[in-house]
Every structure is written in structure tokens, then in C-alpha cells.
Design a binder for this molecule. Structure first.
Ligand code: 0DY
Ligand code: ZN
Ligand code: ZN
Length: 500
């Protein structure tokens, strides 16, 4: 793994020891003119890393020449020779070889598309929610253009651990007080890999005043994703901080090409935050439009569930009046219509099982049905109104419900609140609590929730957070579709010629 910038320092050191002639003795003056013209057209000076920044005075000719030689896989000598001239004389597509982005050696990158991050230490310069929002915005610059998603978690180990600290902070790369080094980040990998550290001796702002956290975080996350520094002055990965207006800020072209070369480009429209919210069911209007059959979404990264529950050891994933059934008794995932199994029910909004009572509950609108787990038949006397669970009568539909066997409590989620019902006492608590801050990993709303083998899953949009109850830790973050045996292997073609 590379700590960002090691490569640059090495380059600076190598270049300082180098005093090169422009051309080898057997090239003509005409060839040199041709080469200069070629380089000034295709490797213009101002797009180079400024030599003064590196404390160097190397001739820009040989520096440009080396970049050209490196680009074409020639021997990098910084000296004009016949092989180099042959390439310069060959016909070409007329667009500069202007990819100035760099990757780390060995091109480390994340081999999965859902990346978690966690902020373990905040800066006092901004509120926590300002920091959360800014970090999310910085990641979104990338998720807008590459098919990766970033999810914040609040406990456990995330792929990208983020902290604000000054001086020594546990990685043998202490910060240097105010100015100069502002932050650093590690290239993709295990442990420290991907982690981003910000120097707490800087003042972090959301304005033009030094230093703008969005710009610095976006630069660092470029490293976390596998970008090294770029010599393009307008690139985010240019080594030096420069303020630009951050309203409607987008990833600059050079950086975009750099990350897309690693991960490919996002083909679908990126979801907006909070993520992947889809238009909800037929309760929206008096004449409900029939919902689309969700079968083709089974392996989609954007798949959102209406409800999920275990019943008698099997898992039911409900969506638009259908369900996928994952069972221990067969290997494939089965897909059926809800009304084929329970004729009175059209769509299931929420569901939970009380395994010790061998019964499950299915919710639709302001009603619920109680079913026997072992044969899935509806018990007599149902449906009943959801007010039985202590919900106020104005609630027309619930989002999610889950029963936790350890405590005997069921939680029912509606918008940004949840109600509790104690099955040991058969008693509703009767007043709601706000989800935010209570449910780990959930930002605004629970779309589905379920318990399975001691783990609880909170589904928000197409992402779910796995939570291990006994130690109250987030153990995993996964896409909904990962429950199905989808072939998720994607090959990205990073050899495409995007400049021709
Ligand atoms: N971190 O990613 C860096 O590049 C370090 C230096 C490295 C040797 C660890 C750094 O903090 N560089 C400063 C920086 O601002 C250099 C500076 O101008 N004071 N880098 C981040 C940055 C932020 C925003 C660069 C750009 C935009 N272009
Ligand atoms: Zn560090
Ligand atoms: Zn950097």
C-alpha cells in the first residue's frame, strides 16, 4: 500500500540528480525542432507539475520528453533518440496525451462496489452533521461517475477509517502543525489501506477560508480509491491545495478519467441522497397503478425491498406484491405472487415472525394478518387494525417491523419514528421514538427490517446494515441483492482509448 505522495517525493529526488543533454549526438536540428513542436502541442508545459514546487530546475523539454516516452512505453531517457522520433513522426489522433492522472504502483483498487467509511474522530471546527454531510458529498463526487457506493457506518471497522488529529496519530506519518501537510490517505487495501487522516492543526471550513474540507476530503478520497497525484493544474489530485467555488462542484475531467480507468463508469443515473428511494406503492393515490413485477430487479444493485421476514427457518423478501423465498430446503431462490399464497393480501408492507410462538405477522395498509409459521395459513379473526400495536389511528401504512427474540420486543417503523410492542407482556409502549441516532447505520427511514440467526438487518434503500445483537456492533453492510445468488463479478475494461 502506498501512502499518497511517496511516489512524488521519489520523483523529485530522482530528478534532482539528473542533468541531461537534450538530444543524443546523432539527431539533427530539424528533428529537435520537430520534437519541441510535438511536445509543446501534446505535452504543454503549464500542465506539468511545476518544477519550482518540487524545488527543481530541470529542463522542461526533457521532462516533457520523459512523460511522452513513458506514455508510449519507450525507454524513459529524457533524451531524444530515433525510437522516440519514430513515434513522434507516426500519424496520430490529434488529441493531446493529456491524461495526467496517475495511479499507485500495482494499481491497487477496491475489488467490491460497496465501500464503507467511518469517522472515528471529528473536528471541533464544524458540527458533526456538517462533517458527515461534507464527507458524504466528497464521496458522491466519485459515486456519480464510477459504479461504487459509499456507506457511512458508526461502529466496527470500515474500509475507509477517517479521523482528525494533529501531530502523531498512530501511523508513523505525523502531521506537521498548521499549513503544509493538510491531510493524507492510503491507497486501497486492508487495515490502513484507504484510510484518510486530516490534520487537526488546520482550520476546517465549508467556505473559501483555508481550508475547505470538501476539497481536501475529495482529494484524499482520490488517494483512498487509487489515484496518485496528477500534474494537471485543474485536477483535484494536483498536489497543491487551491480553492475553487464548491457550489455545484463536479469531479474535474482528469480525475474522472483517472478513477474511471480503475473502476469503469457508472452507466445508470446515480441515486441521490438519501439513497435509492424509489416511488412507493399504491397507497399514493385512490386509483393505484399496478406495480411492476420486480423479478428482473433480483440482481440489481438498486433493488429495494418492501418487507423481509423469516418464517419457519425460511426467508421471505417482499416487493410489489411478490416475494422471493430463500429456503434451507432448496438451493434456488423461488419467486411467487403474494396473493397466490395469501389470497386476502395484495402487497406486504412489513412483516415479522415471533419464532417462539411459531407465528408471523404480515402488514398491509392499516391492517395485519397473523399466520401460523409451519403451514403459513392465516389464523381466524384476521385482519386486525394496526392500532392493536399501539399505533395511532391516523397511520395508514407502516414501513417495516422486526421482532427481537432476546428481548421479546417488536419494533414497528413509520417514517422517521418507531413504535415498540412487548410480546412478553402483550403490551404496546404506546409512544414512538425517533429513528435517527437510535438505529445504527440508518439515516432517515427503515424500508424493511428482519432478524436472522442472531443478526438484525436494517434495510434503507438498496443497502442494509447487519447488526450483531449480543455485542451491538455493525458487522457488515451489504446490498439487498446479495441475498440472492447473483453473479456479481464485473469486469471493467480499463484499456479503452478515451482520447481517440
Ligand atoms: N495529501 O494527500 C497530500 O497530498 C499531502 C502531502 C503529502 C506529502 C502527504 C498534503 O497535505 N498536501 C497539501 C494539500 O493541500 C499541499 C498543500 O497545498 N498544502 N493536499 C491536498 C489537496 C487538497 C485540495 C490538494 C488539492 C486540493 N489539489
Ligand atoms: Zn495518518
Ligand atoms: Zn495528496
Amino acid at each position: 500500500m502506498w501512502l499518497a505522495d511517496f511516489g512524488i517525493l521519489l520523483l523529485a529526488w530522482l530528478s534532482m540528480c539528473h542533468t541531461a543533454p537534450i538530444a543524443s549526438p546523432w539527431t539533427t536540428a530539424k528533428d529537435e525542432d520537430l520534437a519541441k513542436e510535438y511536445l509543446s502541442e501534446f505535452y504543454p508545459d503549464d500542465q506539468m507539475m511545476s518544477p519550482s514546487m518540487l524545488g527543481l530546475t530541470e529542463s522542461s523539454f526533457s521532462e516533457s520528453l520523459r512523460r511522452m516516452q513513458a506514455f508510449f512505453g519507450l525507454e524513459v531517457t529524457g533524451v531524444l533518440n530515433d525510437k522516440t522520433l519514430d513515434v513522434m513522426k507516426a500519424p496520430r489522433c490529434g488529441v493531446p496525451d493529456v491524461n495526467k492522472f496517475e495511479h499507485f504502483d500495482g494499481k491497487p483498487k477496491w475489488e467490491k462496489s460497496l465501500i464503507t467509511y467511518r469517522i472515528t474522530q471529528y473536528t471541533p471546527d464544524l458540527t458533526q452533521s456538517q462533517v458527515d454531510a461534507t464527507i458524504a458529498q466528497a464521496f458522491q463526487l466519485y459515486s456519480n461517475v464510477i459504479p461504487l457506493d459509499f456507506q457511512q457506518i458508526y461502529e466496527g471497522t470500515a474500509d475507509i477509517m477517517i479521523l482528525f488529529q494533529s501531530r502523531s496519530h498512530g501511523d508513523f506519518s505525523p502531521f506537521d502543525g498548521p499549513g503544509n501537510q493538510l491531510a493524507h490517505a492510503f491507497s486501497p487495501g486492508e487495515d490502513l489501506g484507504g484510510d484518510a487522516h486530516f490534520d487537526e492543526d488546520e482550520t476546517w471550513t465549508l467556505t473559501h477560508i483555508d481550508f475547505n474540507l470538501l476539497l481536501v476530503a475529495a482529494h484524499e478520497f482520490g488517494h483512498s480509491l487509487g489515484l496518485s497525484h496528477s500534474s494537471d493544474r485543474s485536477a483535484l489530485m494536483f498536489p497543491n491545495y487551491q480553492y475553487v467555488n464548491t457550489d455545484g462542484y463536479k469531479l474535474p475531467d482528469d480525475d474522472r478519467r483517472g478513477v474511471q480507468a480503475l473502476y469503469g463508469s457508472r452507466t445508470s443515473v446515480p441515486p441521490i441522497w438519501p439513497r435509492f428511494r424509489q416511488p412507493t406503492g399504491p397507497e399514493a393515490g385512490p386509483n393505484p397503478v399496478p406495480l411492476p413485477n420486480p423479478q428482473d430487479q433480483q440482481c440489481s444493485q438498486e433493488l429495494v425491498f418492501d418487507a423481509v421476514t423469516s418464517i419457519w427457518g425460511d426467508l421471505f423478501f417482499f416487493k410489489n406484491g411478490y416475494y422471493w423465498l430463500k429456503s434451507t430446503s432448496f438451493s434456488e431462490t423461488r419467486f411467487s405472487k403474494v396473493s397466490a399464497t395469501w389470497p386476502q393480501i395484495n402487497t406486504v408492507d412489513a412483516a415479522f415472525e415471533v419464532p417462539n410462538n411459531q407465528e408471523a405477522y404480515l402488514f398491509e395498509g392499516n391492517k395485519y394478518w397473523r399466520i401460523k409459521s409451519f403451514d403459513k395459513t392465516i389464523m381466524p379473526g384476521y385482519p386486525q387494525p394496526i392500532t392493536n400495536f399501539g399505533l395511532p389511528s391516523y397511520i395508514s401504512k407502516v414501513d417495516a417491523a422486526v421482532y427481537l427474540p432476546m428481548t421479546g420486543i417488536t419494533y414497528i417503523f413509520v417514517n422517521d419514528q418507531y413504535w415498540s410492542y412487548n410480546f412478553n407482556w402483550n403490551y404496546p409502549y404506546g409512544f414512538p421514538r425517533f429513528i435517527f441516532g437510535d438505529i445504527p447505520g440508518v439515516v432517515s427511514k427503515v424500508d424493511a427490517a428482519f432478524e436472522n440467526g442472531g443478526y438484525v438487518y436494517f434495510v434503507e434503500g438498496s443497502i442494509q446494515t447487519e447488526y450483531f445483537l449480543p455485542n451491538r456492533m455493525i458487522t457488515r453492510v451489504l446490498y439487498n441483492y446479495e441475498w440472492f445468488n447473483c453473479n456479481t463479478h464485473t469486469e471493467y475494461d480499463s484499456t479503452v482509448c478515451w482520447w481517440c
